[in-house]
Design a protein around this ligand. Structure first.
Ligand code: B12
Ligand code: SF4
Ligand code: SF4
Length: 311
């Protein structure tokens, strides 16, 4: 078996649902232009960190000297049960343990596997999950994992769009997989119609400032009046566009039993959260993506949910 296939097989054995390889070459000029226009229009809102390290974001070799290849992986996080009505909604990905740590540990094991296989050759690695300045969706598309859809998420034709991404940049030279060239959205516009705030537009633009995910997770101050009512009962993040997708409806549920799921996170009442102590917050959200939000901002969001319940 070719080395690349053994690496991909190992990635699947480590619990990823997809693995593909692309080169560490610069991403195409259009992606960068799209990103800079997006920033220039103010669509990133207060996410100032996105404006830093633009060179690196489109050049994997800027993150690891002499990088040659990128192994891209995806983890399916579609929950196996329906979320009960009435409770405050925590985005599906945050119902699991913190995916950053989960994916990092497995990419580190993949790096160890490659290093052992190539013993004696000085192969170096850089692990990326979410917070590293790298255009993850564009790289995953180039590694053949799926297409960048109208809701801007990467979708795989059978696994759907609830996929968390990670990358292992390496100095090892591997043959690249073919990019996923097709866009299978066609005439569908379910996600655009499902978006409660109009953050997704017909023109293909995405206005982060209107996105509930941005407002509930990234916004540091008060949530602008006028948008609070659109948040409904979403306590943290938003899944509307991804869930409205026909590819998502047909997708299998998360098959990785080691990716710990916390059912107590989907039965929360916003009124109860307003009275939480720090210890109560940590009991429910330790080792989750919500932990970084902090109790104060979670209470801000709970207050909005409560207002919406009573209006
Ligand atoms: C900032 C950020 C956010 C922001 C902004 C989202 C956004 N759409 O940009 C906010 C807080 C709103 C957010 C929300 C969510 N996010 Co987020 N987010 C990121 C982060 C850190 C950077 C994304 C970014 O650079 N955005 C700027 C835009 C312009 O870049 P982009 O969307 O990546 O698009 C690039 C390419 O796709 C391509 N491209 C896209 N469209 C087009 C169109 C044309 C014409 C061209 C030429 C190119 C092109 O060029 C772009 C620049 O490279 C990435 C991790 C990472 N390092 O990449 C995670 C990431 C994108 N988020 C993720 C997730 C899961 C979510 C949520 C579903 C979470 C939730 N349930 O609340 C929502 C989905 C909202 C949505 N519809 O996009 C996953 C997406 C996985 C996937 N399958 O695609 C990522 C990859 C994290 C991860 N490691 O898994 N997120
Ligand atoms: S995450 Fe929610 S608010 Fe953001 S684009 Fe999707 S549907 Fe719209
Ligand atoms: S809902 Fe339709 S338009 Fe939106 S991402 Fe899915 S297939 Fe594409």
């Amino acid at each position: 078996m070719e080395l690349k296939d053994r690496i991909k097989e190992k990635a699947l054995a480590l619990g990823f649902d997809l693995a593909g390889v692309t080169t560490a070459a610069l991403l195409d000029e259009n992606s960068r232009r799209h990103f800079e226009n997006w920033l220039g229009q103010g669509c990133a809102g207060g996410m100032d960190y996105l404006g830093r390290n633009i060179e690196k974001r489109f050049n994997p070799a800027g993150l690891l000297d002499a990088a040659r290849s990128v192994v891209c992986v995806a983890l399916n996080y579609k929950p196996s049960r329906d979320i009960p009505a009435g409770a405050a909604r925590v985005a599906d990905y945050a119902l699991y343990e913190d995916y950053h740590e989960f994916i990092k540990r497995r990419l580190s094991a993949l790096a160890d596997f490659i290093a052992q296989t190539m013993a004696g050759k000085n192969i170096r690695f850089k692990i990326c999950v979410d917070s590293v300045p790298v255009a993850e969706r564009a790289l995953a598309q180039r590694a053949g994992l799926g297409w960048i859809s109208k809701h801007h998420g990467l979708i795989h034709p059978t696994l759907g769009g609830q996929l968390l991404l990670g990358e292992l940049i390496t100095t090892l030279e591997l043959p690249a997989d073919a990019p996923f060239e097709k866009n299978l959205c066609g005439d569908c516009d379910n996600c655009l119609r499902a978006c409660p705030t109009g953050a997704l537009s017909e023109t293909g633009n995405f206005d982060g400032r209107k996105c509930i995910s941005y407002l509930t997770i990234e916004e540091k101050g008060d949530i602008p009046q006028g948008l609070t009512v659109k948040i409904g009962n979403r306590l943290f993040g938003c899944d509307e566009c991804v869930s409205a997708c026909p590819y998502q409806a047909a997708a299998p549920v998360c098959a990785n039993k080691e990716f710990r799921f916390f059912p107590q996170r989907y039965i929360l009442q916003p009124g109860g959260i307003l009275n939480w102590t720090q210890a109560e917050f940590e009991k429910i959200f330790k080792d989750s993506a919500v932990e970084r939000l902090g109790l104060d901002r979670l209470k801000r969001n709970a207050h909005v949910c409560l207002q919406n319940q009573s209006s």
